[in-house]
Design a protein around this ligand. Structure first.
Ligand SMILES: O=C(O)CCC(=O)C(=O)O
Ligand SMILES: [Fe+2]
Length: 312
C-alpha cells in the first residue's frame, strides 16, 4: 500500500482541463482516504530540491558553536533560527526554522555558503506550490472560487523547517512522534533515508523516498473547515540505525487571528451536525506549542484537534 502520486503538470499549462480534472479526482480521493498524497511536476526545480537537502546535511554536521551563530532571536512568534530538541523530548532532531524571506525574523546561516539563499528560494517555490494545492483543495471541496485563498490571505505565518534526525540507537527509533499538522497544508521533501510514515486505519504506511517528489498533507484547519470530509492524518518519523536523515517541511499556515469552524456547506446546508467547536487559531497554536515545550509522558495526552471536538 502506498499513498497516491499525482502529476501536477496540467496546473502549469493553460490548455489541459482534462488533465486537471483527472488530477483533482485523485487528490480528492487521496485527501479523504489518506490525508496524504505525493506530487511530481510541481514546479519546484529538482536541482534546488537536491541542493537544499545537500546543503542542509552539510550545515548540520558543522560544530555546535557554528550552528549556534543562527540561534533564534526573541522577536519572532516561533524560534526562527537553529534549535535542538531538549534532551527530554521524544523527538530526536535538530532544526532550522524560517519565516518568509522578507519577514525580518530569519537568522540564516552564513555557512555553508549559499545555504541561506537556497532556503529562501525553496521557501518561495514551496509557497507557490502550496497555493496551487490550496486552490485544488478548494475545488475538491466544491467551495466558491478562491474561497480558501481569501480566507487564508496572510502569508506571514507560513513556516519552513530544515530538519536533521539523529541515527536510531539500539533501543529507540522514534524521530518525531505521531501527530497531525495544525496548519492548512504541509509540503515535505525527505532524503533517501526515508522514515516518514502515515497512519491509515490504524496501520502505519511508509512513504518511500522518491527523487523530485514532494509529499503533501492536509492539516487540521482543513479537516475542521470540511467537518472531517478531508482528513488531517496522523504521521510520524521513524529513525534508521547508522544513518541520519534530512528533510525540509513547509507549512502553509493560517493567520492566528482567524476563527476556525466547520463551514455551513458541510454542516447546516447538508443537515449534518458540526463535529468541532469554533476556535481562534492562535489559541490552538499556543496549545500545540505547549506540547513541544512541555511534552506529556503519553503521546495520546498531547493536545490535538480532538480538544475542540463535539461529542455526538
Ligand atoms: O521530517 C519529516 O519528514 C516530517 C516532519 C513533520 O511531520 C513535521 O514537522 O510536522
Ligand atoms: Fe507533521
Amino acid at each position: 500500500m502506498a499513498i497516491p502520486t499525482v502529476d501536477l503538470s496540467p496546473f502549469f499549462t493553460d490548455d489541459d482541463e482534462d488533465g486537471r480534472k483527472k488530477a483533482k479526482d485523485i487528490i480528492k480521493e487521496a485527501c479523504s482516504e489518506y490525508g496524504f498524497f505525493q506530487i511530481i511536476n510541481h514546479g519546484v526545480p529538482l536541482d534546488l530540491m537536491t541542493q537544499s537537502i545537500q546543503l542542509s546535511r552539510t550545515f548540520f554536521t558543522l560544530p555546535d558553536e557554528e550552528k549556534l551563530k543562527s540561534s533564534p532571536g526573541s522577536a519572532a512568534p516561533l524560534p526562527a533560527g537553529y534549535s535542538k530538541q531538549p534532551p527530554n523530548s521524544p523527538n530526536k532532531n535538530e532544526y532550522l526554522l524560517m519565516f518568509q524571506p522578507q519577514s525580518g525574523f530569519n537568522i540564516l546561516p552564513a555557512n555553508p555558503p549559499g545555504f541561506g539563499n537556497v532556503l529562501e528560494e525553496m521557501f518561495t517555490y514551496f509557497r507557490k506550490t502550496g497555493e496551487v494545492i490550496e486552490g485544488i483543495v478548494n475545488d475538491c471541496l466544491d467551495l466558491p472560487p478562491h474561497f480558501l485563498k481569501e480566507y487564508n490571505d496572510d502569508r506571514s505565518s507560513d513556516v519552513m523547517v530544515a530538519l536533521n534526525y539523529f541515527p536510531a540507537t539500539e533501543n529507540e527509533d522514534t524521530g518525531l512522534t505521531e501527530h497531525g499538522d495544525p496548519n492548512c497544508i504541509s509540503l515535505i521533501i525527505q532524503d533517501e533515508v526515508g522514515g516518514l510514515e502515515v497512519k491509515k486505519d490504524g496501520k502505519w504506511i511508509p512513504v518511500a523516498p522518491a527523487q523530485s517528489t514532494i509529499v503533501v498533507n492536509i492539516g487540521d484547519v482543513i479537516q475542521v473547515l470540511s467537518n472531517n470530509k478531508l482528513k488531517s492524518a496522523a504521521h510520524r518519523v521513524v529513525r534508521c540505525k547508522e544513518k541520519r536523515r534530512q528533510s525540509l517541511a513547509f507549512f502553509l499556515n493560517l493567520d492566528g487571528e482567524k476563527w476556525v469552524e466547520p463551514l455551513p456547506q458541510f454542516t447546516e446546508e447538508i443537515g449534518e451536525a458540526p463535529k468541532y467547536k469554533r476556535f481562534l487559531y492562535k489559541e490552538y497554536q499556543a496549545l500545540r506549542l505547549r506540547n513541544r515545550t512541555h511534552p506529556t509522558s503519553q503521546p495520546q495526552d498531547m493536545i490535538a484537534m480532538t480538544h475542540y471536538a463535539i461529542s455526538s
